[in-house]
Write a protein that binds this ligand. Structure first.
Ligand code: SF4
Length: 471
């Protein structure tokens, strides 16, 4: 069931969210986790007096990079090649999967270890590898929980955020043995015991597997250096132990210079885990100590997104997940309702741009928001998510109806005389206005609200008749 393939054909966001909202345990888990991370983030962000300046710098660096991405990508290719690595270009998911599958096959291996990588989830790499008889083992703890539970990730940073400790213990007890070393007999839901069980299980896997697959948080163009930030150290094992390392990286992950990392290494850990610095930051340039290294640069819709002047800011995202943790919609609906590896506010603007808005699910995502703006306030690269949501709504299949309605309202409100006539018409025909549910596109709006009653007399007429209530 895991992987984005399972997401295709899912119903629209409101239908998914309605189902998830029935799960009170899920709502409790989400609320507890998001509020904890949110509080930690606010505390460490508050320590930096120049947070807004850092944010503006990150925005400027990313925008400049995206404007000149063609040049920076060539720079990356040259630097990685010079350092003994191999660079591959993948225009879409199928091509990226094919490249990686061929590379793994060429090693003669049938198993790979993976450090958490959203790009590989986006392209459905695990499923593609499985189709070629290759088993991919997730090594990030939360990803391991998702994989063992035959589940979907529901958060960018904490993919198993929807699971609590006792659920994780059950998953370990029931499924760990199917994937390698079994869970200990006496496994409790004590976090230390759970972490130890995962550590022993994964350690065996790391020592036995000869191919590693990763993503990257950043790629430095001037040196060809890849950077991975993580908390557990599993990523570093996955990057350093295998004889062959294949990194699949979205083309928007490029930063021009080493110096630019100074900004992002302050913004990312504080925004994501609420730490001043994450425990493990791995950096490598090309082939290191005899390891064979391949970099797969993934487009998969990104150049199309870049053509949209408003929408392209979504490519500044550094996947910190701060916007998820403050979003009132995400907190209640959970990540699965978004039907993509990118849930929450960033998913609502990125997925419809990468995948298009042909399916009911993708067309509904720009509406999966209250437009409260909390996501914009916390975003470390200042993506104006509400602006992009409104922009995408105007492009959605039922956007034209909404646009027509707004145009009509604009025309009426433009001149007092038109408003007066419209109010008179509304009062005259008030009997025709449905009491509970509007027909057509307004139906969903009135599912949870009553239609406001049209008064017998408009305010203007009442004012004229009573001279402002004095008669
Ligand atoms: S949109 Fe901003 S806040 Fe949300 S994950 Fe991306 S960088 Fe973080």
């Amino acid at each position: 069931m895991s992987g984005p393939g399972a997401f295709l054909g899912m119903p629209s966001f409101p239908k998914n969210a309605e189902k998830e909202l029935q799960d009170s345990q899920l709502r409790y888990n989400l609320r507890k986790a998001t509020h904890t991370i949110r509080g930690k983030r606010a505390a460490v962000v508050g320590e930096l007096p120049d947070w807004q300046e850092l944010r503006a710098a990150a925005k400027a660096i990313k925008d400049e990079t995206l404007r000149n991405l063609d040049r920076y990508l060539i720079q990356v290719e040259e630097a990685v090649t010079k350092a003994g690595g191999h660079v591959h270009w993948a225009s879409d998911a199928a091509e990226a999967n094919q490249i990686v599958t061929e590379l793994v096959k060429a090693t003669g291996q049938a198993e790979v270890v993976k450090v958490k990588s959203m790009a590989t989830q986006e392209i459905g790499l695990n499923e593609a590898l499985a189709g070629a008889g290759i088993t991919a083992y997730e090594t990030d703890l939360a990803e391991l929980i998702v994989q063992l539970g035959d589940d979907w990730p529901s958060h960018i940073l904490v993919p198993a955020i929807h699971r609590n400790r006792s659920e994780i213990r059950e998953i370990f007890r029931e499924h760990m043995a199917e994937w390698g070393r079994p869970a200990p007999e006496n496994l409790s839901d004590d976090p230390r015991m759970l972490a130890e069980a995962a550590r022993l299980h994964l350690r065996e896997r790391f020592l036995a597997t000869k191919v590693g697959i990763s993503g990257a948080n950043f790629v430095v163009a001037e040196s060809g250096t890849l950077v991975v930030l993580e908390s557990e150290g599993n990523g570093r094992m996955c990057l350093t132990l295998p004889e062959t390392l294949i990194s699949v990286v979205g083309i928007e992950k490029v930063l021009p210079t080493w110096r630019d990392l100074e900004v992002f290494l302050q913004l990312l850990p504080r925004s994501s885990t609420g730490e001043r610095m994450n425990p493990y930051t791995s950096m490598w340039t090309g082939a290191v100590e005899g390891q064979e290294f391949h970099l797969v640069l993934l487009d998969n819709g990104r150049t199309k997104v870049m053509a949209d002047e408003i929408g392209r800011q979504a490519l500044r995202c550094i996947r910190c997940s701060a916007c998820l943790n403050v979003c009132p919609v995400y907190e209640r609906a959970g990540g699965h309702a978004y039907g993509s590896v990118y849930p929450g506010p960033i998913g609502a603007i990125l997925t419809p741009q990468l995948r298009g808005m042909d399916s009911p699910l993708d067309a509904s995502l720009p509406y999966a928001s209250s437009l409260c703006g909390a996501c914009y306030d916390v975003c470390p690269v200042a993506i104006d998510i509400p602006e992009v949501l409104v922009h995408l709504r105007s492009k959605a299949p039922h956007g034209p109806v909404e646009r027509l309605g707004l145009k009509a309202a604009g025309w009426v409100l433009d001149k007092p005389v038109r408003l007066e006539r419209a109010q008179r018409l509304a009062t005259r025909f008030r009997g025709l206005v449905p009491k509970r549910r509007l027909p057509g596109p307004g139906a969903a709006w009135t599912d949870t609200r009553d239609v406001p009653a049209v008064p017998e007399e408009s305010f203007r007429d009442w004012w004229d008749r009573t001279e402002g209530g004095s008669r």
